[in-house]
Design a protein around this ligand. Sequence first.
Ligand code: FE2
Length: 473
Amino acid sequence: MTASCQEFEVTVHTSPGPTCGTFNGLWLSLIGSQGETPPISVTAGHHLLPGSVSFKIGPLGQLILVRLRLEAQAGFPDVNWHCSRVEVRRPAGGSGPQVFLCDRWLRPADGDVELCSGQLCLMADEREEKLKLHRLKQLQHQQQLIRWRLFVSGAPQCADLSSMLQLGPNLINPPTLSPVRNPAEAHWKEDWFFGYQCLNGCNPLLIRQIRLLPPNLAVTSDMLRPFLPKRSSLEDELKKGTIYLLDYEILDGLPANLINGKQAYLSAPLCLLHLNQQEQLVPIAIQLQHTPGPQNPVFMPSDPGSDWLLAKIWVHCMDFQCHQLISHYLRTHMMAELCCVATLRHLPDQHPLHQLLMPHVRTSLQINLQARASLLAANGVFDQVKPHLEPQHKLLPAPHSACRFSLVLVWFWFPQAVGSGLMTVPSLLSRASARLCYRSLCVPDDLSDRGVDKLPHSFYAQDARRVWDALHR
Ligand SMILES: [Fe+2]
């Protein structure tokens, strides 16, 4: 459509997806250095469908902002609109259009939404007073919407949200489904696959090379000799760097869960592994409790098959607690939420870091809110699990497949294996937060500190390093 005047020609672009259009009315104002237009109806007699609509308006000086406002239309459903951008052209100027990027959902409840154009910059480098004011208004608005809340004392804070509705359409993803495959089915009892999983399974962040045995692991060189190469010794292998350790000391002494009224148990295993001459990492000793003693035997591959298998299952079971709550929830979700909330509260849209960070943290609040509301809440997966309840994945349309895989795994395969209950979670998160250091979040440092960067079958390490290097190009 075309409006009366000569200086600007405005084109509003709706994103191309089949659900991006709306029946709502759109009002648009241009804000320039010499004034602003009153709201102009873009949609009089039209609906916003994928594509574009154009009109012309009068002189304003240098154009600074575009203000949009959606209005519900009587008799039509109130459907969100995904705006791609607004382009403003000066027909007399001869240059290309000034582009005001939007790339987000808008709805009547948002009220006025202002779009900027031009270079991203820091507040200190902003010269235009109206844009400085716009940035401050946006941050005030965001800080009212997104507030900090203490989730667990001693652990990173989270967003103070109680409902998905508070997130709005731009911070959530529609659910998608992907098939779950279980490559462990064929080999889960074999020692080489146990080591393979420590390097490349759900939780490749714990295993580390050691040069000295931990003093509380009650093994001797003689005990381990049958599992090492001929004419070698534990001391030789430690020197060569072929001895690795899984240490679950962080679980020591934590209260365990009650599952359907029955006491569950946690232990704090130590598991020694050896990189053998076939370049397989295999377990050679498992002590299930942290403090050595007569009630705390060391299990070895020479023990009866079921004993050794059960010892390995206990290690994996404790690894599951550390994986879900520390490697996954704390190091991934809670840390991402810190970045997301701080970004929303302190970096306006036109800040360069906002643009770089938001694609990575956009859906963090959604999944974390769901996790706190159901997974980590009373009667959730980490509480008194009841296998006859509805499958949890129906309640949790997780936005990325790793999360959903974990949740489905918890619900269908380990419905009674969550030894960490709601008594455990705060203590474990608090302990793990106190031990979390920046260096451990830097992939090359973490891999080399743990001595897994040069292992031949350490595919997690190789892939993580490639991703890290790509980000630093
Ligand atoms: Fe996740």
